[in-house]
Write a protein that binds this ligand. Structure first.
Ligand code: NIG
Ligand code: FE
Length: 416
């Protein structure tokens, strides 16, 4: 779409700004310090140039009645994957547990089967369609995870598919190697961790992977394996991410924090006594309310984490099993309703703090002079995002100052 060297979004009702420039993240008990005052935003050569009108900018947007927010950051998705698993959803609705479905050969294994039987073109076709839809919902940076490979070759292929997706997608992405997702056929968990260690040089050879991830659960890996994955991450100077406390309490957070994890993700079953630990740690609490809602999981102690001052994040967890959801506006709606968060808290959690998880918050995630012009224009006030649950309020999306999405009914606002 139109590439203008400069743009000016004029007279918006709200411009979401951080309390000060230069913050890499903001603990959630300070979210009320974000401001959403009337104003304008302009950008030149891909960077935010200031917060007044720029009459000479090549692209002008009438921002009256609109809100300008930073591009949304989805720091936890399982893209790319093959197909969907709607039959399992029906089973869950009739009462089957995630674990019983997994033990019966469904779950992660069935997506691994679908992936191995799909061509690269099929996988990339599905993933590209999803990233376009994410763009229309305001996502300007996202994470990919491997994890449906379940073999050395499969994991290497998943990582190379993420690298190919990076060439197709409008958004920049970050690649995580979720090498311990389910225990592959023919291995026990210890044996698979040996295989993970042995494959790491090849996994990292292309230089795309920035984090390692592991799923700690009775049907998957243990805290001992988490510790081992932490040591591997440290050895290879990668971030550690971890799926923990999703369906059961395994007391994994102290282990992850001790290992220097960048984030602990899910936390629906986080014990109350670990809230304070996250409040003082430099480890983000990545909460996934879509998976919680659709899986009738417990609800993470999100209000408590926020009040205690944890680095709180929300993401879609987009995957074919627990969360076939790609809309961050919908996730904001769930976070506000189910976590009793303010809209400022929910927005902080999928902008600056989510960018911090991906080590991109120096460059994006908040509206500051000099940051990359990743901008989303809503044609409504921010308070309506959670209220009009399921509605997409995104009118325009810019990545590095380039207009990459314009909703048809809002094009009258554009002048070139
Ligand atoms: O984040 N819990 C583990 N991993 C994914 C689900 C993967 C799947 O069911 O395909 C999650 O919920
Ligand atoms: Fe996940």
């Amino acid at each position: 779409m139109a590439a203008a060297a400069s743009l000016s979004i004029n007279d918006a009702d709200q411009v979401l700004r951080p309390p000060t420039d230069g913050l890499e993240y903001l603990r959630q008990d300070q979210a009320a310090e974000l401001t959403a005052e009337p104003g304008s935003v302009h950008a030149h050569n891909g960077r935010i140039g200031g917060f007044e009108r720029a009459e000479d900018a090549g692209l002008q947007i009438d921002g009256r009645g609109c809100a300008v927010i930073p591009g949304l950051v989805d720091c936890h998705t399982h893209l790319p994957f093959a197909g969907w698993r709607e039959r399992e959803y029906a089973l869950k609705i009739s009462g089957a547990s995630y674990e019983s479905i997994a033990r019966g050969g469904g779950g992660i294994r069935s997506s691994a089967h679908a992936l191995v039987n799909a061509t690269d073109a099929e996988v990339l076709g599905q993933a590209s369609a999803l990233t376009n839809e994410m763009l229309a919902h305001g996502t300007t940076l996202f994470e990919c995870k491997s994890g449906y490979g379940l073999s050395r070759e499969g994991e290497l292929r998943a990582i190379s598919l993420a690298a190919k997706l990076a060439q197709h997608a409008e958004q920049p992405l970050r690649s995580t190697a979720l090498l311990a997702h389910a225990v592959p056929e023919g291995y026990d968990a210890d044996g698979w961790m040996d295989a993970v260690e042995a494959m790491l040089p090849d996994v990292l050879a292309g230089g795309e992977v920035s984090a390692l991830d592991i799923y700690v659960e009775s049907v998957a890996f243990s805290n001992e394996h988490l510790k081992r994955m932490g040591a591997l991450a440290a050895k290879h100077r990668l971030d550690l991410r971890a799926h923990v406390e999703q369906f059961n309490t395994n007391r994994s957070v102290p282990v992850a924090v001790e290992a220097g994890a960048r984030s602990v993700d899910h936390l629906a079953c986080l014990p109350a006594e670990h809230v304070a630990l996250l409040a003082s740690a430099q480890t983000a609490a990545v909460l996934l309310p879509g998976a919680e809602f659709l899986g009738a999981e417990r609800v993470a102690p999100a209000r408590e984490l926020a009040d205690a001052g944890a680095i709180c994040v929300v993401a879609t967890d987009l995957n074919p099993g627990t969360s076939p959801v790609l809309s961050l506006p919908l996730i904001i709606g769930l976070a506000v309703r189910r976590y009793r968060w303010s809209v400022l808290e929910a927005l902080l959690a999928c902008t600056l703090n989510a960018a911090w998880v991906l080590r991109r918050s120096r460059d994006t995630g908040s509206l500051e002079l000099g940051k990359r012009a990743d901008l989303v224009v809503l044609d409504e006030p921010i308070e309506r995002i959670p209220y009009r649950f399921g509605h997409n309020p995104v009118a325009f999306v810019f990545i590095a100052g380039r207009l990459v999405h314009a909703r048809m009914d809002c094009r009258w606002r554009l002048t070139t």
